[in-house]
Design a protein around this ligand. Sequence first.
Ligand code: FE
Length: 185
Amino acid sequence: MSGKFETFIAGMTTLLEPKPNEADLLPVCGALLEQLVAVDDWLPDSHAVSNPETYCQYLLYRDPEARFSVVSFVWGVGQESPIHDHRVWGAIGMLRGAETGTVYSRDDNTGKLIEGDSVTLEPGMVDFVSPRLGDIHRVRNADDKQASISIHVYGADIGAVERRVYDPETGEPSPFVSGYTLPPQ
Ligand code: FE
């Protein structure tokens, strides 16, 4: 992959070496990611392909010790994620198009979801998720004419993490493991 991406991976690896806590590492991760998505000229076409059936999540890099992973999310026109959580820290950098993320919290008594703020990311912008900051959200393509692509970094091998999706009406959680989308040959 490109020198730009290798520089990002080297930066993340150096950052995580001394096992920093989340509050210390996230701003640095965000700055590295901001550099990575500043210019849209490095993502391989194989990891930018949209699927009319569903959004795609292509693995770009998995740290050998699974301390972090990097994924390209490709949202086709009209596509959105279920309401889901992550269980680890994550950073989202917008590369192409635009996406809107809506955060949710859960009512302590009823377990029902309470809709919070929506933020639309434009290319070059970075946002964060984590159990500490607010971990439940839904993401959708905010561009109604073309696929949108964001680069996600997580504090684990995210495709293998057992997470939860939430019923939008009842807030009922169900376990899910996302896996990764195989890039076209
Ligand atoms: Fe997410």
